[in-house]
Ligand binder design. Structure first.
Ligand SMILES: Nc1ncnc2c1ncn2[C@@H]1O[C@H](COP(=O)(O)OP(=O)(O)O)[C@@H](O)[C@H]1O
Ligand SMILES: [Mg+2]
Length: 317
């Protein structure tokens, strides 16, 4: 059969419709398959198209990633700002809470001497009318009044010291610092039938901001007081001991108030964790105390022991 070379070709060359558009709809694995195929087919030009489809996709993904990253950065910055604001708020709350607790303590501390002075002045009036007021009487009265006033002044100056925003780090004695905390809360704790036993005698020096240390101790003591009262414990004891051993300062405050509820013991150092109802607790005290422990270069921990809780502050030297 003659074949006319100028006749119509018998084999039709298929025109493919818009292969670029077809490729654009493929999923990535399908695209890869298409790349493999076109590498072995006469349509090598498709490789370019495939590549540009790939590049387009890559660009789009990259853009998505970029916006995602930007959003993330923005979110992180927001969270950091919120965390900072929270920390400030906690600090403020802790200060207010400590202030309130101290005001209670001072009020109790003052009640006794104020009553005494008021009584003495009543007695003075009646004794004067009975004619027994002489120079010796007045002398004794004056001494008694002075003693009462001194007690009030000591409390007040401890109180003022505590709230003076003194931020200097220095060496101070744990024993001495504890006794100055006890001056502040003594009457309040006596009124609540709580005996505080300081078991150690040898002074131990620690380096940091003393008022913060006092605050830490006060938080722990006040929590013990709350636990005693909540559970209506009869015999109420708090034992405090401290020592310097093995390159480490250790302070332990232990009570017999029944221990930390197991449901919260793992979380009590987190902010706003409290078991106290009716707005009695803020859950800030122990959070603040751990912050203070960290600033002292140490850490605060807790465990339940027989009948109570034991808080330990450990500061490596
Ligand atoms: N000595 C303790 N005995 C029993 N529970 C305690 C003691 N100290 C702390 N807790 C528990 O830890 C919680 C958190 O204490 P804190 O951070 O001081 O907050 P708040 O006193 O405002 O509740 C308390 O609500 C209480 O449940
Ligand atoms: Mg508390």
């Amino acid at each position: 059969m003659n074949v006319n070379p100028f006749g119509k070709p018998t084999v039709k060359i298929k025109r493919r419709k818009n292969p670029m558009g077809e490729y654009a709809h493929l999923s990535t694995p399908e695209l890869l398959e298409a790349v493999k195929k076109s590498a072995h087919s006469p349509h090598r030009a498709d490789l370019d198209m495939l590549l540009s489809v790939f590049l387009e996709r890559y660009d789009a993904r990259q853009k998505e990633l970029d916006t995602l990253n930007k959003e993330l950065e923005e979110r992180i910055a927001q969270e950091v700002r919120a965390a900072k604001a929270n920390h400030k708020r906690y600090e403020q709350q802790a200060k207010m809470a400590a202030m309130g607790e101290m005001m209670d303590a001072v009020a109790h501390q003052w009640k006794q001497p104020l009553n005494a002075i008021s009584m003495m002045s009543d007695i003075l009036v009646s004794d004067f009318s009975s004619g027994i007021v002489d120079e010796a009487y007045i002398e004794e009265l004056s001494q008694d009044t002075q003693a009462q006033i001194e007690h009030m002044v000591t409390t007040l100056s401890e109180f003022r010291n505590f709230f003076r925003p003194k931020e200097t780090r220095e060496s101070f004695g744990i024993k001495r610092s504890l006794s100055s905390v006890l001056i502040l809360i003594n009457d309040e704790f006596i009124k609540n039938n709580i005996n505080i036993h300081i078991e150690s005698d040898k002074e131990v020096l620690i380096y940091g901001i003393e008022n913060e240390f006092k605050h830490l101790v006060l938080n722990i003591l006040n929590n013990a007081k709350d636990a005693f009262n909540e559970r209506e414990i009869k015999e109420r004891d708090i034992f405090i001991n401290f020592e310097q051993a093995n390159e480490c300062i250790k302070l332990q405050i232990r009570d017999n108030a029944g221990g930390i509820p197991t449901s919260v013991i793992d979380r009590i150092f987190q902010p706003e964790v409290t078991t106290k109802t009716n707005g009695q607790g803020t859950g800030i005290g122990l959070y603040m105390s751990t912050q203070i422990a960290n600033k002292l270069g140490g850490e605060l921990s807790v465990k339940n022991v027989q009948n109570g809780a034991a808080f330990t502050l450990k500061v490596p030297l």
